[in-house]
Design a protein around this ligand. Structure first.
Ligand code: KG4
Ligand code: ZN
Length: 410
């Protein structure tokens, strides 16, 4: 019944159609994610037109499933929340149009949520669930534990983003300041491109994660150069797809990321060691050939990798995580953040979790991740992020539309 604090979240920003019911930003009642991996995997990346079409197909059954699993009807909801950006325009529009229609038809308030804020709330939601919060409303000093409301440094690291934010709660709302970001590719995008080059599946992160454990992480000495944005970009916002959502001129260069260089270094190693024939036969054995299995596994991929390839994968992953750590911990120290939140698809990586956790413990800093299921795109994080907005009566205007390059914070 209305007043019970139930929000239906809808997320369609990229290649996952997701819906979830979350209670007061603190308890996931249901979370349904329909992945489009099988649609896009043969292209080695997301095809925007196909993504929109798949969202159109999936949105009604996914929302129904989320309500069904939660054992509620639309009449039980207090609000509907939807991702309004950043993301693919057509994909976002499917979710927004559906959410608007539903809200209008049921006379429910509609809340627009930034996808990146959603990722940050995936961590907060998990923490509230862990603490078995008694559904306390949150805001400064009101949260179920002091640590939940501390000023945090959030690293959002996914296929579309590698952004550092300072996140702090005040007056019942969360406030974000952009501290750093990638000037070109996102870290997840680099994982995906290297995996594609090596004939592995899409998305590449989980394949690389599984195979990296079998290689020598110190075999290939990848390095990251210090970025000088003013020289490099003339102080202008970067133009790449992944880097459109905010200008960088005012950011401290120590907290800027760049993953295009390591991609080139990987390609050089790949060519130098003549790994292309092996990658091509791997792609055929696992995905495109007549004997390719219906569901290729990392074990099957491992059997096709020689030690040079495994060393390349392990060294690449080790170097990317090392760079993410270096800049995140430097920013946390410079800003005096009490703890670190790491979220987004790449936060599912096992080596990343282990190394970030060990370094935080060494420095006496708090650290938190979402559950594995809520690391990648989902709608529970959107419903959770909407709760403080619902409490503050911050509703979407009737003319809400998709904003593919929506920025978060200043
Ligand atoms: O958050 P997400 O689902 O979508 C975006 O908002 O982009 O993140 C997807 C990204 C992909 O690039 C995928 O390769 C990466 O997260 N990813 C991983 C792992 N699982 C997913 N990267 C490294 N290790 C993983 N275990
Ligand atoms: Zn995402």
């Amino acid at each position: 019944m209305p007043g019970s604090g139930l929000i239906l979240g809808i997320e369609t920003s990229c290649d996952e159609t997701a819906a979830a019911v979350v209670e007061r930003g603190a308890r996931t009642i249901s979370s349904v994610v329909a992945s489009q991996i099988s649609t896009h995997s043969r292209y080695g990346g997301v095809v925007p037109e196909l993504a929109s079409r798949e969202h159109l197909r999936a949105i009604v059954p996914v929302v129904r499933a989320a309500l069904g699993e939660a054992n509620v009807t639309l009449a039980d909801l207090d609000a509907i929340a939807v991702t309004s950006g950043p993301g693919l325009a057509g994909a976002l529009l499917t979710g927004i149009t559906y959410a608007k229609a539903l809200a209008y038809a049921r006379n429910l308030p509609l809340i627009a949520v930034n996808h990146l804020e959603g990722h940050i709330h995936a961590v907060l939601l998990h923490e509230r669930e862990k603490e078995k919060s008694e559904l306390a409303p949150y805001g400064a000093g009101q949260g179920p534990s002091g640590s939940l409301d501390a000023q945090s440094l959030a690293l959002v690291v996914s296929g579309g983003h590698t952004h550092l934010y300072l996140a702090r709660p005040a007056h019942g709302a969360w406030h974000y300041t952009l501290i750093g970001r990638t000037v070109d590719d996102a870290a997840g995008e680099a994982f995906d491109k290297v995996a594609k080059l090596l004939g592995l599946g899409y998305p590449g992160g989980p394949w690389m994660d599984a195979l990296a454990a079998h290689g020598n992480a110190h075999a290939v000495p990848f390095t990251f150069a210090q970025i000088k944005p003013k020289v490099h970009l003339g102080g202008k916002p970067p133009r790449t797809k992944a880097a459109k959502t905010a200008p960088i001129a005012h950011l401290d260069p120590r907290f800027l990321f760049s993953f295009s260089g390591i991609k080139t270094a990987v390609l050089r190693y790949f060519e130098l060691h003549n790994l292309r024939p092996e990658a091509e036969s791997r792609r055929e054995a696992l995905f495109t050939g007549p004997d390719a299995p219906a569901q290729p596994t990392a074990e099957a991929a491992l059997a096709t990798c020689d030690p040079l390839t495994l060393d390349l994968i392990a060294s690449f992953q080790h170097a990317v995580i090392g760079d993410l750590m270096k800049k995140t911990f430097a920013a946390a120290e410079a800003l005096g953040a009490a703890r670190i939140l790491v979220t987004g698809g790449v936060a599912a990586n096992r080596e990343l979790r282990a190394r970030f956790s060990a370094e935080s413990a060494r420095r006496g800093l708090g650290i938190a991740f979402p559950t594995l299921a809520l690391s990648t795109d989902n709608a529970a994080m959107i419903a959770a992020a909407a709760w403080p907005r619902f409490k503050n009566n911050e509703f979407a205007p009737p003319g809400l539309t998709a904003d593919p390059s929506l920025a978060l914070g200043q």
